[in-house]
Design a protein around this ligand. Structure first.
Ligand code: C2O
Ligand code: CU
Ligand code: CU
Length: 430
């Protein structure tokens, strides 16, 4: 912290990484290192300033996925950083405690830059969540887990473009850049901050013999924890779960065959596409965990969204690589929203292809899916959701502030191949 401002330095750079079992060293990209980037952490109300330097040979950008902030600080395709340049965004954290992430967003090249290793987590804290007595010792009982699938060819990361939908599905799963990793557990309850940082793969996380307590989605803590056996997470989505362990045991979290809403994708990792993700080894004695002191105020701070106040309803139809019949055009503004307005966005995927829909700047609520209450994994504030084909998703959001008629925010499919091929639009808030 420097003069009341929390400062971070990020440098996008090339490097090489030795991955176990691969014929490396493998050429990779990372922030402040050869692969992935540091976890950035800040508190609600804090001013933050980041120096983002680009040591690559090509332009990139760094987007703060899930962050409520001015469009000029968003790090989308309009905030490119040329090689050798440094971009200096700054803003004030004004949203509830949550698990966000950062990644490049150069138009047409996001898949490539993320796949090579440019991604990291952001953890936001606030007083309400600190009072909830959740596991919160970073790296001990509060673990960031960036899950990605990769494919290797002759020791190098391969991003095959064989035309398969929804993009490349790798045959190797990595957690925090590690293949076949083992996580030591020293506490009876562990909080996992899961980020699907993959380019195209959707996971269905589960433990073979126990349920998980879902405590948070993309945008912060839920109204109350929900017990889930399995958790579907599409590219770009996050979730926080608390899992119980017993002394001395070894157990593996895996991804089960994922239900994509009637869409079939090729099985590329394990039989029927279910595979182990991470092994947990519990110590002989575990630190007892307090019962969470959960109360509605645990997630307070963000004003309630009220559907009856919606000023506008917009419709978004995803088909081919288009949204409402258009591909991304950097010089076209597709939608104009007004500061202070509550809106409903109705989103529908019109093809049997997996899509995940993401909106910049806001955390929305899923009102309904085909007129029914949304599944528990869609409760709480969200910024990215998996779209089952031919279903209507009604999303409720409010554009709080940051009027800027000239700089747009993005909404797009977070399957990165789709995004790069134009499945994206732009909105301004005025
Ligand atoms: Cu995670 Cu527009 O992106
Ligand atoms: Cu985003
Ligand atoms: Cu898509």
């Amino acid at each position: 912290v420097n003069g009341g401002v929390r400062t971070f330095d990020l440098t996008a750079e090339k490097g090489s990484t030795e991955f176990p079992g691969q014929d490396g060293p493998t050429e990779t990209w990372g922030f402040n290192g050869s692969f992935l980037g540091p976890t950035l952490r800040a508190e609600r109300g804090e001013k933050v300033a980041v120096d983002v330097a680009n040591d690559l040979d090509e332009a990139t950008s760094v987007h703060w996925h899930g962050m409520h902030l001015p469009a000029t600080m968003d790090g989308g395709p309009h905030q490119m950083i040329d090689p050798g340049q440094t971009w200096k965004p700054h803003w004030t954290i004004d949203q509830q405690a949550s698990t966000l992430w950062y990644h490049p967003h150069p138009h047409g090249k996001t898949e490539d830059h993320v796949y090579k290793g440019l991604a990291g987590m952001v953890i936001l804290d606030d007083d309400a969540s600190a009072d909830a007595d959740l596991p919160d010792e970073y790296g001990v009982d509060d673990l960031p887990l960036i899950v990605q699938d990769k494919s290797f060819d002759d020791g190098e990361l391969e991003l095959s473009d064989d035309g398969a939908e929804p993009g490349m599905l790798g045959d190797t799963v990595m957690v925090n850049g590690t293949i076949g990793g083992v996580q030591e557990v020293t506490s009876e309850k562990v909080r996992l901050r899961l980020l699907n940082g993959s380019t195209a793969r959707t996971y269905a996380f589960e433990f073979p013999d126990r349920s998980m307590d879902l405590i948070a989605g993309d945008g912060g803590l839920l109204d109350e924890p929900a017990e889930v056996d399995r958790l579907r997470l599409a590219p770009g989505e996050r979730a926080e779960v608390v899992v119980g362990f017993t002394a001395g045991e070894t157990v593996r979290m895996r991804s089960a065959e994922v239900d994509l809403g009637g869409v079939a994708v090729p099985a590329t990792m394990g039989g029927h596409d279910s595979f182990d993700v991470l092994e947990f080894r519990a110590a002989e004695t575990l630190t007892p965990a307090p019962e969470p002191a959960w109360s509605p105020s645990s997630h307070a701070g963000d004003d309630a969204l009220v559907e009856a106040e919606a000023a506008t309803t917009r419709k978004f139809e995803l088909e081919e690589r288009e949204i409402n019949g258009e591909r991304m055009d950097m010089s076209r503004i597709d939608e104009v929203a007004y500061v202070g307005d509550t809106e409903v966005w109705e989103v529908r995927s019109k093809q049997p292809i997996p899509h995940s829909f993401h909106i910049h700047d806001v955390q929305f609520e899923v009102l309904s899916v085909d007129g029914e209450a949304p599944p528990v994994e869609m409760s709480g504030r969200k910024d990215t959701i998996y779209l089952e084909p031919n279903r209507d998703y009604r999303l409720l959001m409010r554009f709080e502030d940051f009027a800027d008629p000239t700089m747009p925010y993005m909404y797009h499919c977070h399957m990165l191949l789709h995004e790069d091929e134009g499945m994206m639009g732009q909105f301004v808030v005025i």
